[in-house]
Design a protein around this ligand. Structure first.
Ligand code: PLP
Length: 514
């Protein structure tokens, strides 16, 4: 393709993308393809000679779109959302044009300096105080592709920190600690690093959040077994129910375990910190608090202070209007990352870095080459502004509130549906239960029947391509999650969802006899 062909094809692609959004509602959310259907339409090898762009671009419609699950669809309520915006689509075009791997400042000063500014912008937007900003030269942010990557990165930093404090600790004694509600990213980090993983049980009466007493008991038990818990992965907005661990209680406990690194996975919930009305609910004060100097502190400064949050990460690519992928990871002391990850062979040395004048982001992340993700964050935040960003989040919460109220309405709602946990931000988790005439059922029998009922609701929902819902099981109870997240979801959509759920529940009750 030459430049003039690109110009033409580019205009056409933008037109096609606009048509896609214009007609979004005409698509099924879930594609009607079976495993292998898409692969069958794709050649087994790259063509020997180049094909015409006209043919290639047509295949986006013919081969790809029929196999796409439409995450931008207003009736997509599964998992968590993956917002996209026109600003970010354009940013990705520009980033593609200058395509460069931005690992050192010198590779592209703009990529590095924008990343520092963009993570500061987002930190400020999230209410994270100056101790998390690059501006202060101690703390700071880095953009990764995913919360999983950030979790793995801080596990490496925490492991190195622990080994500096306790040299020669055998790896076999090191433990990554999380809870049963932590996303699988923590177990996966342990798997990758070849370390033990322990999940602390959380309780229904705590809305599945980790409390201080549960943490203390678990840490004492681990230490009693000769284990060395070196990092705790806490959560702000768990995947299953939106649970928010009690960070104030947690830091009170971790003050007594100064070698324990505390990371908060705020992959989904983090962006809601941008709303002042959500900051108390999300314990922002505890996230920002610094540990007072304590006789228990080991070593010097932030590297070793226990009793405070050391790192936090938030996915803007979920509800944060930034096109996949964009995870911001902030750390209280950048040296925690650089001392663990800086490998500088001669060919990567630069005068600016040697003089300590610049940040080389490869030393704060796993990969060397890195995508230019800050551009889309910058474009989106400038175009929406803080007020536009907040308006979007408030709209999501409002839709979830409308849905919850309609679902549970005593006259017009769906009978026999109860909230499993309180609505959290824009996530509603409910459970279909047996009707009052089945009160004679014994506890176990009822649980089994109700689980079958909820599983049937999800199964039938998944047969209906016009919406997408995902289930979860917490404390042995099957539930239905409704994650409102698309800027395209209007009130009429969530009200329509209630009617669909009514039909799904009726069908499920007929099927399982509940
Ligand atoms: N953490 C939480 C709480 C999540 O809900 C998710 C995904 O939904 C993740 C982590 C994983 O995020 P990523 O795909 O960015 O690794």
């Amino acid at each position: 393709m030459d430049r003039e062909q690109f110009r033409k094809a580019g205009y056409a692609a933008v037109d096609r993308i606009c048509d896609y959004f214009e007609n979004l509602e005409s698509y099924d959310v879930v594609p009607k393809v079976q495993p292998g259907d898409v692969a069958r339409l794709i050649a087994d090898e790259a063509p020997q000679t180049g094909e015409a762009w006209e043919d290639i671009s047509k295949d986006f419609d013919r081969v790809i779109l029929p196999g796409i699950t439409h995450w931008q669809h207003p009736n997509f309520y599964a998992y968590f959302p993956a917002n996209t915006t026109y600003e970010c689509i354009l940013a990705d075009m520009y980033a593609g044009a200058v395509s460069n791997p931005g690992f050192n400042w010198l590779c592209s000063p703009a990529c590095t300096e924008l990343e520092s500014k963009a993570t500061d912008w987002v930190a400020k937007l999230h209410g994270l105080d100056h101790t998390w900003w690059n501006e202060g030269k101690v703390g700071g942010g880095v953009i990764n592709g995913s919360a999983s990557e950030s979790c793995l990165t801080v596990c490496i930093a925490a492991r190195e920190r622990y080994l500096r404090l306790h040299p020669n600790t055998p790896f076999s004694e090191l433990v990554i600690v999380a809870t049963t509600q932590t996303h699988s990213l923590a177990a996966k980090a342990a798997l990758i690093l070849g370390l033990e993983f322990v999940a602390i049980e959380t309780k229904e009466e705590d809305d599945w959040a980790l409390r201080g007493d549960g943490l203390r008991t678990a840490l004492d038990e681990l230490e009693g077994q000769g284990k060395k818990p070196f990092i705790l992965i806490a959560t702000l907005g768990s995947t299953s129910t939106g649970a928010i661990d009690k960070f104030g209680e947690i830091t009170t406990v971790t003050a007594d375990y100064p070698s324990l690194f505390l990371h908060i996975d705020a992959a989904w919930g983090g962006v809601f910190l941008s709303l002042p009305e959500c900051q108390d609910e999300a314990f922002l004060a505890a996230i920002n608090a610094r540990a007072p100097a304590s006789p228990n502190d080991v070593g010097d400064g932030a590297i070793c202070a226990g009793g405070e949050v050391h790192s936090i990460s938030s996915n803007l690519h979920k509800s944060g209007l930034v096109t996949f992928d964009a995870n911001c990871l902030w750390i209280r002391d950048r040296a925690l990352l650089t001392s663990a990850l800086d490998v500088t062979p001669p060919f990567l040395r630069t005068a600016q870095a040697s003089a300590g004048l610049v940040t080389d982001y490869r030393n704060m992340s796993i990969s060397l080459g890195r995508r230019f993700r800050s551009l889309k964050i910058w474009f989106a935040l400038r175009s929406y502004g803080v007020t536009g960003f907040q308006k979007h989040l408030r709209q999501l919460i409002s839709r979830a509130q409308v849905f919850k109220r309609a679902l549970l309405d005593s006259d017009k709602g769906v009978p026999g549906v109860v909230l499993f946990t309180p609505r959290r931000f824009s996530l509603v988790v409910f459970r279909v239960v047996t009707l009052p005439d089945q009160t004679n059922l014994a506890g176990d029998e009822r649980l089994k029947l109700e689980n079958a009922l909820n599983a049937a609701v999800i199964r039938h929902a998944n047969e209906d391509a016009s919406l997408m819902l995902t289930p979860t099981t917490v404390g042995g109870k099957e539930c239905v999650r409704v994650a409102v997240g698309s800027p395209n979801t209007e009130e009429r959509h969530v009200l329509d969802l209630v009617e669909k759920i009514r039909r799904l529940v009726d069908r499920a009750r007929d099927e399982v006899g509940a």
